[in-house]
Design a protein around this ligand. Structure first.
Ligand code: URA
Length: 257
């Protein structure tokens, strides 16, 4: 018996990389999915590797091997596929160099530094989960002054405008005129988290650089530069929590059985 046995069809469609699980449920609702020759009506249907699934008459694509890239995002690019304001996006910049990729989390337009990119939507979602809890480290230049006593106020987490932020590890590195450089480490990556926390401390961020995301470092990667993480390094750093059950592994097992 393969591990692929008895999985929800929407999950299997989503994992093939063509859409999200919710979209797959919608496709089923619209009668666009066939299971073993018959139009499927119930999204709560389990399938195995032996079942024939067609979406809009086409078989599911065989998913590519998961790949991961480190990208040094420059300031001024939006992390979005389509910016309603027409600003340049990271994906336009990278289109010629990479296959179709998505980002693992986002950085604001003026934030620089490490952005992880992958061709695997499932991996992106996994690494963005609060439960994965990877530390994101930043170098922050901010206008104003804080001291250790002020930074201690956010060390155990803080609520700002009704949003709860987890523990923040922050340290002043140097002062430069009216600015200070700090290092800030957070685990969740909520919307504009570093800026909100700095504002709460009376600081105004004017430069923000992500230096690491979990085990992956910005290192010496040049601004605008991109480098693929070798598959072995990627797998050993991400761990079996994701790769043990990965689709590619399951496929290999199915092909061998
Ligand atoms: N925190 C922010 O405020 N902005 C970012 O881009 C990343 C973290």
């Amino acid at each position: 018996m393969s591990e692929f046995e008895g999985e929800r069809i929407a999950k299997v469609i989503a994992r093939a990389g063509i859409c999200s699980r919710r979209d797959a449920e919608r496709l089923i609702g619209e009668g666009r999915v066939k299971l073993n020759g018959a139009v499927l009506r119930a999204a709560a249907t389990n399938v195995t590797a032996k079942d024939k699934i067609l979406v809009d008459g086409k078989p599911l694509p065989v998913k590519e091997e998961t790949r991961l890239w480190r990208y040094h995002k420059p300031a001024g690019l939006v992390v979005s596929n389509n910016d309603p304001e027409g600003r340049p996006t990271v994906f336009e910049k990278l289109r010629e160099q990479l296959p179709r990729v998505i980002s693992i989390g986002r950085l604001d337009i003026n934030t620089e530094g490490l952005l992880l990119l992958t061709n695997d939507g499932e991996l992106a979602r996994y690494l963005e989960l609060p439960a994965t809890g990877w530390i994101r480290r930043y170098r922050v230049r901010a206008y104003g002054r804080v001291d250790d006593a002020a930074l201690a106020k956010v060390a155990k987490g803080v609520e700002i405008e009704g949003i709860k932020y987890g523990p923040v590890e922050a340290k002043v590195e140097t002062s430069q005129g009216d600015n200070q450089w700090l290092t800030v480490a957070i685990r969740e990556g909520k919307n504009r988290e570093v800026k909100k926390i700095c504002e709460y401390l009376g600081l105004k961020v004017n430069r923000l650089i992500r230096t690491s995301f979990g085990p992956f470092q910005l290192g010496e990667l040049a601004r605008g530069g991109i480098e693929e993480v070798p598959p072995k390094v990627m797998k050993s750093n991400i761990g079996t929590g994701f790769f043990k059950d990965s689709h590619a592994d399951r496929r290999r097992k199915i092909q061998r059985s």
